[in-house]
Every structure is written in structure tokens, then in C-alpha cells.
Design a protein around this ligand. Structure first.
Ligand code: SAJ
Length: 421
């Protein structure tokens, strides 16, 4: 059993801390946000996802987990704080990682292990983390050990993926790698892939960049399909029957705190990364493309009102970080559109979220931006009497086309050349 201080009690740090606690370790969850610490001290989760509360209850009952504001001595320190994107520099902003490591320095002892789970650009462990931790006067690889163990869990299914996904473990030397692997094997059931810290840093960024580039390709295919008057969704479905092809889905753009950001961490110090940057540009331009379609659909209607279905960055979650919906709404407002929003998951946002009936009242066009299951199953007869004009643009290809058409709606979809037919 080891004592582990987990710095950062957010979407990744907290479930990771609880899994270690339930895996037989003594865990202290540290956060600079007093509200988070107080909530945890009261035995409650500061945010909800399936299985989280039960895990917290179990860890507290076993006296294996407590939350604190200050770092204390431990055998291992795990850093799981956010790495924001510095949009001006197009670089990773490491301020939280740096400050977490600085908080560890006074408590660092011989034999300690420091694990960075936060996403970081290649070479960060070997250079910046080493430099900060050595302010303790101890030496990396001699007195203390460092590794990068990127999280790969998907929001919405975090716990299952944390336990069953394979993990990448990259130490600054072999001992660091081995110590980290020993620790994670207490709860990870997937395979542990051992490598160097710089390779692990690169792998995490490659995974998310691969997804971003693939989605950009799907978005470009959708626009080409619109030009040719064919259905890209059908085309992708058939192309994906090829044993070596797996094209992702087009949509209104890429959101979230990872896929839209991580590619920039890879390019920040690279000489040749034009494909990655181009893909970012394509995905970031999708809100404009959606707006262009909406404008064509609404031609002739003065001061139209549009209803947004979904502002979460993806389906069936309440997370709106970097959602493409925001850019679309800002562009639509600039165009003079009145925008009303309905989202069954998001309760509070920078724009008001309305109830379904209020959101569709007097609407000239519904624009589906998020693939929430509710939209997949929605019966249009519940709302068709409220709207001013029966038009719907589905950027996710999820609604029941025939049902909406049978209720008198003009249905449009990205990549289905709907405006040409
Ligand atoms: N999207 C599309 N088309 C698709 C798939 C996704 O437009 O075919 C959009 C989504 O709507 C969303 C965005 O991309 O706006 C990102 O969603 P996502 O489900 O692809 O990914 P995230 O950001 O929720 O989680 C990713 C995951 N990485 C990979 O799948 C390679 C997850 O495993 C990582 O742990 C997470 O990033 C992270 O924290 O890095």
C-alpha cells in the first residue's frame, strides 16, 4: 500500500484518486478550489457521472480517501490538473501543471514518484518538470522518479474506460516506468504499455490528433458530397465496409477540451505540421458552413428566429467546453438571427437555455447541433404546431427523417445535398 497525493480533483483526478483508494492505497485528494474540497469532505461528488458517487462512498467507508487543500508528504504524487490552450500563442498553457509541481517541491522526499496525467507537450517531463522538482535539491532518476501516464477515458463513460482501457506509461527512466506500472496495476484491467516519458507525451497527442484529422476529412467529404449532390453518410457507411477504412462522422465542428486543443500541443514546437493545422482549420470552419446552409434555408424570411437543439459539445453529456455551438450562435446573431436554445442536459450556460416548448415557439428553423439521444427519438408532432416554419437542419444525421418529413418538415442534413434536391 502506498500513500498517494492526487493534485487536481476534477473529471480525471477525482475518479483516478477514488480508483486508487478502492485499489488498496491511502489517497489524499488535493484541490485549490475550496468548494470542491468542502463538497468532498461532506461526502458528496462535486460533479456527477455514472458510478462516481458509489465509488466515493466506498472509498470513504474504507477510510482510504480524504480531501484536503494542502499537499502533504506521500510516497507518490499524481498531477491531474487542466492544461488550457493559450489561443494567442497556439501553445499549451502549463501554468496549472507548473504550480502543482511547485506545490509538491517542499514535500518531495527520497524515493518519491511523481506522475503527470495532465496532457503535456513532448519533452515536458524531461525538461520543465525536472527543473521544477529539482528545486527541492533532490535529483531526478537518483532521488525521485517521474513519469507521464496520460488519461484516455472518454467523458460519459469515464470509470469503465479508466479501468478497462489499455494505459500508456512512460517514465523518465526504467525505474520510474516500473514504479508507475506497479501502482496502476492496482486498478487497471487493460494492458499497461511501458515506454519513455517523451514517447508517452507524444502518443497521447497523436491519438487525439488522429481523431481530429479523421473528422476533418469527414467534414471535407461532406462538403464535396454536397457539391456533387450525393449522400455522404451513405457513402461513408459503404466506404467503412472496406476492411482497412474507418472514416468518422461529419458534424458542426469539433468541441471538448481535448480533440480541439491537443493537436496544437503537437504543432507548437514542430517544423512540419501543416496537415494537422489544416485539419484544425477545417473543423473550426464548420460552424460557418452550417450557417451558410441555414441562410440558404431561410432565404426570404426577415429577422428569422432559429432554435438550437443541443449546445453540449457531444451527445448525452452536459459538457459545453469549446462547443462549436458557441461559434455558430455568435455568427448567427451577427447575421441578425434571433437564437433560442434547447438542451436536455445543459442547465446553465453563457446563453439562456429554454424549455422545449418555449425554444421552438415561433421558430423559423430548428438546427440540431448535438447528437443527444432525445433528438434521435423526438416526435415532431409534439412541437409542429408551435413553430412558424417547418424547417430542420440536422448537422449530426440523427433525427428520424421520415417522421419529420411526414409531419410536414423540410429536412436538411449536412452532406446530404438536401439543399440541391
Ligand atoms: N466528433 C465528430 N465526429 C465524430 C466523432 C466526434 O464530429 O465522428 C466530435 C464530437 O461531437 C465532439 C468532438 O468531436 O465535438 C470530440 O468528441 P470525442 O467523442 O471524439 O472525444 P472527447 O474529446 O470527448 O474525448 C477524447 C477521446 N480521445 C479519443 O477518442 C482519441 C478520449 O479517449 C480522451 O481521453 C479525451 O479526448 C481526452 O481527455 O484527451
Amino acid at each position: 500500500m502506498s500513500k498517494i497525493c492526487v493534485l487536481g480533483q476534477g473529471y480525471i483526478g477525482l475518479p483516478t484518486a477514488l480508483l486508487f483508494a478502492n485499489g488498496g492505497h491511502e489517497v489524499v485528494g488535493i484541490d485549490v478550489n475550496k468548494r470542491v474540497v468542502d463538497t468532498l469532505k461532506a461526502g458528496k461528488m462535486p460533479f456527477e457521472e455514472k458510478g462516481f458517487q458509489e465509488l466515493l462512498d466506498g472509498a470513504i467507508a474504507r477510510k482510504a480517501f480524504r480531501a484536503e487543500s494542502l499537499v502533504e508528504e506521500a510516497d507518490a504524487f499524481l498531477v491531474a490538473v487542466p492544461t488550457p490552450f493559450d489561443s494567442e500563442m497556439r501553445m499549451a498553457d502549463l501554468k496549472y501543471v507548473v504550480s502543482a509541481c511547485e506545490m509538491i517541491v517542499p514535500h518531495l522526499r527520497k524515493g518519491n514518484l511523481v506522475i503527470i496525467e495532465s496532457t503535456i507537450p513532448p519533452n515536458t517531463c524531461d525538461k520543465q518538470i525536472k527543473q521544477i522538482l529539482e528545486k527541492s535539491t533532490l535529483k531526478m532518476c537518483e532521488d525521485f522518479y517521474v513519469s507521464h501516464c496520460p488519461e484516455r477515458a472518454i467523458p460519459g463513460n469515464t470509470l469503465h474506460e479508466m479501468v478497462y482501457n489499455d494505459r500508456v506509461i512512460g517514465g523518465v527512466d526504467e525505474k520510474s516506468t516500473q514504479l508507475t506500472a506497479d501502482l496502476y496495476s492496482s486498478f487497471v484491467k487493460g494492458n499497461l504499455h511501458l515506454t519513455t516519458s517523451t514517447t508517452a507525451e507524444m502518443i497521447k497527442l497523436m491519438e487525439n490528433t488522429f481523431r481530429d484529422v479523421n473528422i476533418a476529412l469527414a467534414n471535407e467529404f461532406a462538403q464535396i458530397a454536397d457539391d456533387y449532390g450525393i449522400d455522404v453518410w451513405k457513402a461513408i457507411e459503404i466506404a467503412n465496409k472496406h476492411p482497412r477504412v474507418n472514416i468518422l462522422k461529419p458534424g458542426p465542428g469539433v468541441g471538448g477540451h481535448c480533440i480541439a486543443i491537443d493537436p496544437w500541443f503537437l504543432t507548437e514546437n514542430a517544423n512540419n505540421s501543416s496537415l494537422i493545422m489544416m485539419s484544425r482549420q477545417i473543423n473550426d470552419s464548420m460552424p460557418q458552413y452550417v450557417l451558410k446552409m441555414v441562410k440558404e434555408m431561410l432565404a426570404g424570411i426577415e429577422n428569422p428566429t432559429i432554435t438550437i437543439f443541443g449546445v453540449a459539445y457531444k451527445g448525452d453529456i452536459a459538457d459545453t467546453r469549446a462547443t462549436p455551438a458557441k461559434k455558430f450562435i455568435k455568427l448567427a446573431e451577427k447575421e441578425g438571427f434571433k437564437v433560442k436554445i434547447y438542451d436536455p442536459f445543459v442547465k446553465e450556460w453563457s446563453y439562456p437555455i429554454l424549455g422545449l416548448e418555449e425554444a421552438v415557439e415561433g421558430s423559423d428553423c430548428i438546427v440540431v447541433l448535438t447528437d443527444h439521444s432525445e433528438f434521435r427519438e423526438m416526435d415532431p408532432s409534439k412541437i409542429d404546431s408551435k413553430v412558424s416554419s417547418r424547417k430542420i437542419l440536422d448537422t449530426r444525421n440523427i433525427i428520424n427523417l421520415d417522421l419529420w418529413k411526414n409531419n410536414g418538415f423540410n429536412v436538411y442534413t449536412i452532406g446530404r445535398a438536401s439543399l440541391k434536391n
